[in-house]
Design a protein around this ligand. Sequence first.
Ligand code: 8YV
Length: 319
Amino acid sequence: MTAKTRIIQVGSYAGSPTANDRLARAYDIVELWKYPDRKAALAEHGKGITALVTSANYGCSAEIINALPDLKAICSWGVGYETLDIKAAHARGIQVSNTPDVLTDCVADLAWGLMLAGARRIAQGDRFVRAGSWGQVHGGIPLGTRVSGKKLGIVGLGRIGEAIAKRGIGFDMDVRYHSRRQRNDVSYGYEASLVDLAKWADFLVVATVGGPGTFHLVNKEVLEALGPTGTVINIARGPVIDEAALVECLESGKLGNAALDVFEQEPKVPDALKANEKAVLLPHIGSATLETRKAMEDLMVENLESFLKTGKVITPVEG
Ligand code: 8YV
């Protein structure tokens, strides 16, 4: 029997029911999260290790990369990679893979769930019924806002942004977007200024990448431009929105509603948001369906296997 290949696993795949067992069956895993002193663990077990698996939330820092002299591939579970030090990896010729495409539809669906939940007060209505507050009169919570036929602004027209735009057309919405560059392969209206997009839009969906380049891109000025009848939806990364400004705008009535799957300091959610009926709050579940989590796991493992067999990952992160 040949010995199993030793790989490093940065964190436990709690959000992917079979990934830990599947990896453990096929590989000799160094379970990095179990060591209180990661540096010492890497020094003791890292030599000769060529592949590492991680996720969008655990990331892979330059500290880990530098502690692994033989590392050649980092295979991550998740599409976002702002937590992985791509520069440090590429400087050493280390390939990095993520899991694009397989989660696009489910994340776009959740953006829709949030949009409808915020506008039509679905979460608030559910709380109202559970609290036993519903009397005989129809309704009993404040009126919501129509979604169909409204103006949908999308921040970042990548794979997920485009899937959200497509769904907007199904809701007879007028769709425009803002991104660094205008795309010439789509017919949606382009706004070079995010403030102008927010002024125009009824619903502003944040679908851009995270990281320093988009930190607080949606600031007070953008939220105020969206205005008292506007709703901001975020399925991207928490830090893209200035959360303090968001709380202030919701409380002062300068912004209508917020529907959020991501937060600046997950899993911490500001009490002011929890207390606000105009906010819908979810625990980062954009990709959290059985089908998508399985597909993410498969693609992460396929990248790893491909690297070990052919020396090349399948879905490399460029850049
Ligand atoms: C994960 C994600 O749900 O793919 C990503 O970048 O953010 C999500 O798919 C997340 O990493 C879990 O916390």
